[in-house]
Design a protein around this ligand. Structure first.
Ligand SMILES: [Fe+2]
Ligand SMILES: [Fe+2]
Length: 323
């Protein structure tokens, strides 16, 4: 993953737009400013960021503050906790906010995968999605198209935020406007493949042909995923449906349960098409990213697998021609 925010001239520091400092909040890291060429301690890690601090930065026309590289994870935690404030900053360009949102999401999912016993991490997902919903709702495909340009080190970690962004776009196209419902949909997208956390990475990332047993194991990830989020107390039927059924299809030829037709909710159908599209257009360990046109062609060849109303709305939001 790329370094958060912008690399400062000094490799041991990360720069941060001062607009992202929230009054009366605290980053669990020392904050520095650049005086000439010297990094000078500005606020101690135990101190709250006061209005006074912020006014002084403004009066010095200081646009940036700096944090030690070693405090990177404290910065991600700060971003996560204050993401609504950060994304609401009208004076900061969309691209800068989008990158922070992407990096923070990536870091949260990575953290969840690497500490799968810690259910409290999973419990942070719904409040996070609720906080980012206004931004996703406003920029959805613009945000998705931008983050697809970033190089992701790990497909599984970037897939969740990608899927959430398109799902929110698709939901508005389908006239779903209830905030709680949209949040549940976003959470489902974010944690779509969480079941893969229980499957050895060398099987998930295997380049060659999978054995029958390996294939069976991978095909169990929707069920394992639903169990994991239930254990963490995420009980929304919409979220669970998305996670458990995103590989089922209308013909009943999907997995793991071959549920088809009427038995598939609109949420599962939405996840099914979005998941496939994002997978095909992403670099994965075993295949290179295809263009949007190739992905659309793939989907059109299998259109009877998709809920037709969902499918047509999906083609519209991604701007596919000739359907
Ligand atoms: Fe999946
Ligand atoms: Fe997936």
């Amino acid at each position: 993953m790329r370094q958060i925010a912008n690399k400062s001239p000094e490799p041991n520091f990360i720069s941060l737009n001062r607009e992202f400092l929230k009054p009366n909040s605290r980053i669990n890291a020392d904050i520095f400013i650049l005086l000439g060429k010297r990094y000078t301690l500005y606020a101690n890690k135990d101190m709250q960021i006061s209005f006074n601090h912020l006014n002084r930065l403004k009066s010095r026309s200081e646009k940036k503050v700096y944090i030690r590289n070693a405090d990177g994870s404290a910065l991600y935690t700060y971003f996560e906790e204050n993401i609504a404030f950060i994304l609401s900053k009208e004076q900061v360009p969309f691209e800068e906010k989008a990158e922070i949102l992407y990096q923070t999401s990536y870091s949260l999912i990575k953290n969840i995968f690497e500490n799968k016993e810690d259910l409290s991490l999973l419990q942070r997902v719904r409040p996070f999605i609720k906080d980012i919903l206004p931004f996703l709702d406003r920029y959805h495909m613009q945000f998705y198209n931008l983050i697809k340009l970033y190089k992701s080190e790990n497909y599984t970690y970037s897939h969740g935020i990608n899927v959430s962004a398109i799902l929110i776009a698709l939901a508005s196209k389908l006239n779903i406007s209830d905030r709680e419902q949209l949040t549940d949909i976003g959470v489902g997208g974010f944690l779509l493949d969480i079941g893969k956390a229980e499957i050895p990475a060398d099987i998930i990332n295997k380049k060659g042909v999978l054995t029958h047993e390996e294939n069976e194991l991978i095909r169990s990830h929707p069920i394992i995923g639903a169990e994991i989020v239930k254990k963490a107390g995420l009980l929304s039927p919409i979220t669970l449906d998305i996670i458990a059924k995103h590989h089922e299809n209308m013909l009943g030829t999907g997995y793991p349960k071959r549920i088809g037709g009427q038995a598939l909710s609109i949420y599962a159908s939405m996840a099914q098409v979005v998941d496939t599209f994002d997978a095909i257009t992403s670099d994965r360990p075993y295949s290179q990213a295809e263009s949007k046109a190739v992905a659309v062609k793939y989907l059109l060849n299998r259109r009877e697998e998709y809920n037709s109303r969902v499918f047509l709305s999906f083609l519209e939001i991604i701007g596919a021609e000739g359907h």
